[in-house]
Design a protein around this ligand. Structure first.
Ligand code: A3P
Length: 273
């Protein structure tokens, strides 16, 4: 923190909106909000709080880079601006558009067991529909058609990480994309955040003591300068029970895609275990 008025004025003068040098591209329900909030603990990071949906939605993209920049937080020259929009990962247009803005940008992709992700995705839609008193279908109704997997269901398609990553690798090298294990982020957030700090070549400033397990929430919450903060109730919702045979079908369908994804990223995950 600046100690004198002159230092404070100098900081204010250098403070401006800057294009992001890091983007959390997804996946939806992977733990993108948790990751953003955790990175925001770092003094060299400023985050765009809301999702911008610039590169995935034509109506926003057409507003141009001036509009995009205006959505960014104020930052200082040494700080990295980070934005997160989980909708980018499965968007066919986002990779080329981001490359066009900055071909050396660094991307963060947080993945999670694809079946868990699908259930989380379904749960979010279910809550939203219930809140708006709209009709809703059971997961079974959406996932199965005449006893067969309905692979047109969007939430199934969003869990095909290999398919989407292929689009990104047409523009970016794997070295530019850091993959965060969303299942580990839930269990041991510090270990994953530490790896992101290293990938971004930041000074290690986030501490294990910045995280504490909150029994009521059932998740890790953040602790900074004596203030405690958990994510809001839309994160970490109870999931509906899913019938074993459906889970089996989903995992059978995902397994080939998972294997392909492991090969692409040169790393394995214990999904559908
Ligand atoms: P659930 O609500 O299904 O449990 P996103 O922010 O990308 O929408 O991801 C939401 C998911 O983040 C949550 O899914 C939850 O499992 C996960 N998550 C990871 N760390 C968390 C934390 N510390 N607090 C709350 N949710 C967390």
């Amino acid at each position: 923190a600046p100690t004198t008025e002159a230092a404070a004025n100098a900081m204010a003068a250098n403070s401006s909106r800057r294009m992001p040098r890091v983007i959390i591209i997804g996946v939806r329900k992977g733990g993108t909000r948790a990751l953003l909030e955790m990175l925001n603990l770092h003094p060299d990071i400023e985050v765009a709080r809301s999702e911008i949906h610039f590169f995935n939605l034509d109506e926003n993209y057409e507003r141009g880079f001036g509009w995009y920049l205006a959505q960014m937080p104020l930052s200082l020259p040494y700080q990295l601006t980070v934005e997160k929009t989980p909708g980018y990962f499965a968007s066919p247009k986002a990779p080329a558009r981001i490359y066009d803005m900055n071909s050396s940008i660094r991307l963060l992709l947080i993945v999670r067991d694809p079946a868990e992700r699908l259930i989380s995705d379904y749960t979010q839609v279910l809550y939203n529909r219930k809140e708006r008193r709209k009709p809703f279908q059971s997961l079974e109704q959406l996932v199965l058609r005449k006893g067969k997997l309905n692979t047109n269901y969007k939430a199934i398609q969003r869990s095909l990480y290999d398919v989407h990553l292929t689009n990104w690798l047409r523009f970016f090298s794997l070295g530019q994309i850091h993959i965060v294990d969303g299942d580990v982020l839930i269990q041991d957030p510090f270990s994953e955040v530490e790896k992101v700090e290293r990938f971004l070549k930041l000074r290690p400033r986030i501490l294990r003591s910045n995280f504490y397990f909150n029994q009521t929430k059932g998740f890790y919450c953040l602790n900074t300068e004596g203030r405690e903060k958990c994510l809001d109730e839309s994160k970490g919702r109870p999931h509906p029970a899913v019938n074993r045979s459906i889970l089996r079908k989903l995992c059978d369908y995902f397994s080939e895609h998972n294997e392909r994804f492991y090969k692409m990223v040169g790393r394995t995950f214990s999904w559908c275990g």
